[in-house]
Design a protein around this ligand. Structure first.
Ligand code: HEM
Ligand SMILES: *[C@@H]1O[C@H](CO)[C@@H](O)[C@H](O)[C@H]1NC(C)=O
Ligand SMILES: *[C@@H]1O[C@H](CO)[C@@H](O)[C@H](O)[C@H]1NC(C)=O
Ligand SMILES: *[C@@H]1O[C@H](CO)[C@@H](O)[C@H](O)[C@H]1NC(C)=O
Length: 547
């Protein structure tokens, strides 16, 4: 950082960038105004409300989204840096429109570029034709049948977690910091299923790839300082070109770390491909995701081919999109189960009942039909996805002037009633996945309570379809919803069954009120007063008596 500021040519570049930044912001953001929409007072002209959205706890009833939603409704004006405006959206009709707009309301340039830093030019980065082509290439690996065919692998991996049994102490219990354990564990599952490769991260706390990937969600890296927030806020307002330039060179620790992680992940991807490409040529390739990618790289069909850089980027994308998400969802599930012993017992009862029926049938392995028949388990899964959406928001940007339909009219500060909302080109939209998931008009008056029964007693009222699972925004929506959602759902169910069948979970009661929903790229659990120690959720695990 010092050397960058000290060296003359580079500080020239920096000064030029600053001037360019200010000019572009002036040009792009002095257009039609959405300032008339009600929203929270900004902390300052420089930072707007960004500090609350980026540094604040993502948590419980005081998550900033919930606070603003309760005060201002499902469309909230939020301030960015230098007095600029953006909208936070949790209105179902507006969301449906946004996610049906193709690329005219698109992943924001800033989120795209951050993603590119972390994963290269892959599926989660791309827009327009490139995104369509990459999605086409990846889709065959993530269909319903493919995801179902992984169930036995998920189940086999899940049973490995039973090795906790060997670690139970003399008193029959052990305390596991679940976020760090699951993070390594689910990296191994992705390695096996997507790449037919054993990373071996679960049993190696020093695994270089696992360490690098988890540094991205560490609070020290992902919660920017005041200066960092200001720089991020400026970058967000720039067009792609200058934004990309600055992201690659700006001396912000989170960005520097991302560049480092990418170097490590690409290195691993290259090693895997080298190994795989040979096996494929020798006719030994399995039908896993990587074989599909290697074939796309060899293809000359412009609709379905991938460049070599894109192939590595897909691998990085899957490694990253597919493991901290599932891992933290699992941790949050266990947290919920410790806070609701009755729900935990009910879940275990259904699992045992299902297994009894399977034994009568002469089966030892769960089938897809068994998974689907577990109504209480599915209700619990949906409730967990609803209550703990680890991807708690998404960022979108209007590529042209747009009009958003609204489920409920809004009254502007100047007293106008709007039944639809015109937004100018470039408007940034914070899609509040967590806010929508607690919308009382959809999920009931008790939307802020964790209650799986709502999925069984008809209290969920769907009038506007959004999302790909349970009408939730947890996996996003539309043409760039989570491509791995079925994969995630079955993986999660297999793992949940195995864990709850074997173990009972509890949490030291003095810790429960200290658990924070920390926004750190994904929503991770941390402990109040110990945020800098990183993800923490020390769950006490005790064996369930055989049944
Ligand atoms: C509980 C687990 C998971 C959650 C909550 C989750 C959530 C999400 C969300 C919300 C998005 C959309 C982001 C946006 O609209 O900006 C997304 C995209 C994506 N997810 Fe997941 N995900 C999970 C697991 C997985 C898994 C297991 C994989 C792969 C094996 C995966 C791969 C992807 C990819 C590649 C994208 C980008 C898709 C695109 O832009 O076309 N995810 N995920
Ligand atoms: C059980 O013993 C382990 C050490 O073997 C200890 O860490 C844990 O706190 C004990 N749990 C209870 C509930 O006493
Ligand atoms: C990917 O495709 C390029 C261009 O056809 C080729 O040079 C390269 O060897 C391929 N890489 C692998 C690992 O198959
Ligand atoms: C796909 O193949 C065509 C024809 O060989 C080629 O011109 C194009 O550059 C390839 N695209 C990518 C992304 O590699």
């Amino acid at each position: 950082m010092e050397s960058l500021v000290d060296s003359l040519p580079q500080s020239g570049v920096l000064a030029l960038s600053v001037a360019l930044t200010l000019y572009t912001i002036y040009r792009r953001w002095t257009q039609i105004s959405i300032a008339d929409i009600p929203g929270p007072e900004p902390e300052s002209f420089l930072l707007g409300n960004l500090r609350e959205t980026l540094q604040g706890q993502a948590g419980e009833a005081i998550q900033v989204d919930f606070k603003w939603q309760a005060r201002f409704g499902d469309v909230v004006r939020v301030k960015g840096v230098l007095g600029t405006n953006r909208l936070m959206i949790s209105d179902p009709k507006a969301l449906q429109h946004i996610y049906n707009s193709g690329y005219s309301i698109r992943k924001s340039d800033f989120r795209s570029e951050i993603t590119r830093l972390l994963t290269g030019p892959g599926l989660a980065w791309a827009n327009d034709e490139t995104h369509k082509r990459q999605r086409r290439v990846n889709s065959p690996a993530f269909g319903a049948n493919e995801a179902r065919s992984y169930i036995p692998i998920f189940a086999a991996y899940a049973s490995l977690s039973a090795n906790w049994k060997e670690n139970l102490g003399g008193n029959g219990s052990v305390v596991v910091n679940t976020p760090t354990y699951f993070s390594r564990f689910f990296l191994d599952v992705i390695g096996e299923v997507a790449f037919d490769y054993q990373f071996g991260a679960t049993n190696d706390e020093n695994d270089a790839l696992a360490k690098a990937l988890s540094s991205i969600v560490s609070p020290t890296m992902s919660i920017p300082s005041k200066t960092g927030i200001f720089i991020f806020g400026l970058l967000e307002l720039l067009p792609m070109g200058p934004m990309r330039f600055l992201m690659r060179h700006a001396p912000v620790p989170a960005l520097q770390n991302s560049r480092r992680v990418t170097r490590i992940a690409v290195g691993v991807a290259k090693e895997l491909v080298d190994e795989k490409a040979q096996a494929l040529m020798a006719g030994k390739g399995k039908r896993d995701i990587m074989s599909l990618l290697v074939k796309a790289n060899a293809s000359e069909n412009p609709r379905t081919n991938l460049s070599e850089v894109e192939m590595f980027a897909q691998m990085q994308t899957i490694m990253q999109a597919g493991h901290e998400t599932t891992a933290n969802t699992m941790s949050w599930t266990l947290f919920a189960l410790t806070q609701h012993p009755d729900i935990q017992a009910k879940l275990r009862a259904e699992i045992m009942e299902t297994e009894r029926a399977m034994r009568v049938r002469g089966d030892t392995e769960y089938t897809y039909a068994d998974f689907e028949a577990m109504q209480y388990t599915i209700a619990l899964m949906k409730e967990t996805f609803r209550f703990y959406p680890v991807a708690f928001n998404s960022m979108r940007q209007a590529a042209r002037d747009e009009v958003l339909p609204l489920s409920k009219p809004i009254v502007t500060k100047s007293g106008k009633t709007l039944t639809e909302l015109p937004i100018p080109k470039n408007t940034l939209l914070i899609i509040s996945n967590c806010g929508y998931n607690r919308n009382p008009d959809v999920f009931g008056k008790d939307a802020h309570l964790f209650n799986p029964e709502r999925w069984l007693d008809g209290s969920v009222q769907i009038t506007t379809n959004v999302g790909v699972y349970g009408n939730l925004m947890t996996f996003g929506s539309g043409h760039r919803a989570c491509i791995g959602w079925r994969f995630a759902v079955y993986e999660y169910q297999a793992f949940l069954i195995e864990l709850v069948k074997n173990f009972e979970f509890s949490l030291d009661p003095s810790l429960a009120s200290r658990v924070r929903r920390q926004s750190a790229v994904v929503m991770i659990p941390t402990l109040e007063g110990e945020v800098s120690k990183g993800p923490q959720l020390p769950i006490t695990i005790k064996a369930v008596d055989a049944f």
